[in-house]
Design a binder for this molecule. Structure first.
Ligand code: CS2
Length: 483
């Protein structure tokens, strides 16, 4: 056994209570590095005011790791020039839902639990991306409608938990989405109400009348941690942590002031902006940050850059990003009150250039079919309506189409991580040229809304970008459009 494995693991030095008041679905790195950071700050003001039950719905690894260390974990903040760490202790109970769905459903029905937060990623909302309605053909939704005691999806658990509360005369909890979806509160209520109404329209009405689904904008770059980093962290600490997270220094959380009366947490004290309308913040962040993140992911990955830092260090990609922001993205967003967009964009570039954050382009490239509508396609739609340029955005969509083939420019093959990966492969196998590829892709109704599917300018611009990238390669193609 090496020295690291012999180290003690993290543990609490007292016997702690598992009487949680917040349930969080999705124990990924983002929740632990972002949401937990705010919960920790809140707990500094009122001791243990937030006690979280952490839930995983798909894989048990994180639960097992955190169970061994009593829910504690280390958060490493990596600024461009400094490092600091903290042990977070706001998670008090842990559940792998498939192991014990009954325990989770009963927890959701506990009167003390009045807030449920979610970081489950876009696809777990089971919505049709272009219409944002519940996808009744989604296999998990089909299954969950038939299995009230053993649901699989976040939506199924929320609705059956709410149903128990209604039957027992307990008011609903607030459902707070922390995922990167536009109007994520609305998206979540669409999914929950869509499911509840199928089950029992009276339940749907009760949730609509008494429930709350605030939208929120979440912003912090949290790359997935590598084994080397986990080992490195162990060398810095006196213990072995099996679930540490790394994150940048920046963070911003804006939440719509729309909670059930029972959920009285003081988010403001922790530095959260609580506002009446989060729309402008979401729009700005999804387009300026996530839009360019996806741009760097596809364009960078195809060109052989493994991380955002490597990609943005390439002068062509950096200039491309600058033009993309200035010419196509920023003109489509409106600044929230007291917010300077140019400062945000400048700061974004600095954040991408943080050499200590190793954010893999392949991580961001995942699930493009779910991400692109809100990140890039909305920008294209808005610019088309006003007759403005869409040339640069089309380079991004062109790169995404090439990425979905599962081969980079150096002919390295990779697995495309996307719910529609098989469909993409079929298209690539049958299309004979870039025109046919574009035709088939933009006819994917779940991704491209009607106005884009039927827009000739978009189609021809995309064909041009794709054909040029295939012919001369990504970076040369970008050089042509930023001249
Ligand atoms: C990223 C986001 O993985 C991705 O798709 O674009 O997770 C991004 O890092 C965060 O939204 C930053 O706030």
């Amino acid at each position: 056994m090496n020295e690291i494995n012999q180290k003690p693991i993290l543990s609490r030095d007292y016997s702690y209570q598992k009487d949680v008041n917040v349930i969080h679905l999705g124990l990924g790195a983002f929740f632990r590095a972002f949401t937990c950071d705010y919960f920790q700050r809140m707990n500094k003001f009122a001791t243990n005011s937030i006690r979280v039950m952490g839930v995983c719905l798909r894989t048990p690894d994180k639960i097992r790791a955190l169970e061994r260390q009593d829910g504690l974990f280390t958060a490493f903040e990596k600024g461009a020039h400094q490092l600091s760490s903290q042990v977070f202790d706001c998670i008090y109970d842990l559940v792998f839902a498939p192991d014990n769905p009954h325990y989770l459903l009963e927890a959701l029905a506990r009167p003390r639990v009045n807030l449920v937060t979610l970081t489950v990623t876009e696809k777990a909302y089971c919505l049709i991306p272009s219409s944002r309605e519940l996808d009744l053909n989604n296999p998990d939704i089909i299954y969950d409608l038939k299995h009230p005691t053993t649901p699989r999806s976040a939506i199924g658990f929320l609705v059956y938990g709410l149903n128990l509360r209604r039957q027992r005369g307990i008011p609903p909890f607030t459902c707070l989405s922390c995922d990167n979806l536009p109007s994520n509160g609305k998206a979540l209520s669409n999914a929950v109400l869509g499911f509840a109404n199928r089950l029992d329209p009276k339940l749907g009405e009760w949730i609509l009348n008494f429930g709350a689904f605030p939208s929120s904008m979440v912003d912090r770059i949290v790359p997935s941690i590598s084994n080397e980093e986990v080992n490195y962290i162990s060398t810095l600490t006196s213990y072995r942590d099996m679930a540490p997270v790394v994150h940048e220094s920046y963070s911003l959380w804006v939440i719509e002031n729309q909670f059930t009366i029972e959920a009285k947490f003081d988010f403001k004290k922790a530095g959260v902006k609580v506002v009446s309308d989060v729309g402008l913040f979401e729009h700005l962040k999804l387009r300026c940050l996530n839009g360019t993140h996806s741009a760097l992911a596809y364009l960078g990955f195809l060109s052989g850059f493994k991380t955002v830092f490597e990609a943005v260090s390439n002068p062509i990609l950096e200039s491309f990003l600058d033009y993309l922001w200035k010419n196509e993205i920023v003109p489509t967003v409106i600044a929230p009150p007291d917010f300077e967009i140019s400062d945000y964009v400048q700061e974004l570039l600095d954040r991408y250039k943080n050499p200590n954050i190793k954010h893999l382009t392949k991580q961001i490239a995942m699930d493009g079919s779910e991400k692109l509508p809100q990140r890039i396609l909305g920008t294209i739609e808005d610019n088309l309506k006003l007759g403005r340029s869409i040339e640069l955005s089309c380079e991004v969509i062109g790169a995404w189409i090439r990425y979905t083939r599962g081969e980079d420019e150096a002919c390295n093959k990779f697995d495309v991580m996307d719910p529609k990966a098989n469909q993409f492969l079929e298209i690539h196998n049958s299309a004979r040229n870039s025109k046919e590829l574009v035709d088939s892709f933009i006819n994917l109704e779940d991704i491209f809304c009607l106005s884009l599917r039927t827009n000739d300018v978009f189609k021809s611009m995309l064909e041009k970008a794709l054909a040029r990238q295939i012919e001369i390669g990504t970076l040369k193609s970008l050089k042509e459009v930023i001249r």
